[in-house]
Design a protein around this ligand. Sequence first.
Ligand code: SF4
Length: 308
Amino acid sequence: MERDEALSLLKTDNQSNEFYKLISLSNQQSRKQFGDKGLVFAQIGMNAEPCSKNCRFCSMGSSHYSVEERWQKGTDEIIPEVQQLLSEGMNDFFLMTTADYPIKKFIEISTEVRKHLPGQVRFVANIGDFDLETAKEFKAIGITGAYHIKRFREGIDTLINPEIREKTIENIINAGLELYYCIEPVGPEHSYDEILDLIYFAKQFPIDAMAVMRRIAVPGTPMFSRGQINAMELTKIVAVTNLIIKPTRSMNVHEPTQMSLLAGVNQLYAEVGANPRDTSSDTKDGRGFTPTMAWQMLAEAGYFPETN
Ligand code: SF4
């Protein structure tokens, strides 16, 4: 799709017939690509601590830390949580840390966690930036992919140089890890041109699992007062992203929103532990979905787990 056409799709009036045509087009693409196969990915945030990267939308930014507690989880806590997630059904498992978390410790814990994941469950790192050697080490211990993105106004609303984010993405791909990507965190102040810049940046990479996430207005964060886009706007951005990227395995909306499944979203996230969008230190008691909740939402849209 040419950029001009994509821009006009993003400018579609959310109350118009064209809006529903756009949603339908995206849905048709997904149904053709994914059939009725739904996927649930689950993530454990393994530390709740102030983070020096100080993203202005994150509850764990060091200048405005808004999470109710501070802690790190060890394998004694993580493994029972993994087992609970597996019992409810998950396809891919993510371990997340803040950007300052020591890589060596992440590798030690991940090595142990991998032993408790069935072979078919993909294992994904969602951590700070890392070099090629580290990416290769991840692969060697059974990590299959990494969630890493260049976010909106990276280096302005965060303290991370966007080039460092890009280098890490390159390292992920060069190490043979799967790249999980997302357009995030979308807020009301982002123009359609900015949104397209990020979508077309993503388009250069091989992406099987794609996502769009709206920024949550977290109380206590500097960006709280900017508010959030509504679910219709989010659904439209999901549809345009899906049509441009054409992910081969899954399309996601985050946080889960039933409406967006009309646009061909077949994958949702369940979350446990720390969460940059939550002030509850265990998001499963706050904003986070359980796998059961995610499967129910998928079933409402006619997406089901693959049966062998
Ligand atoms: S979003 Fe990530 S990098 Fe940014 S402050 Fe939060 S934990 Fe740190």
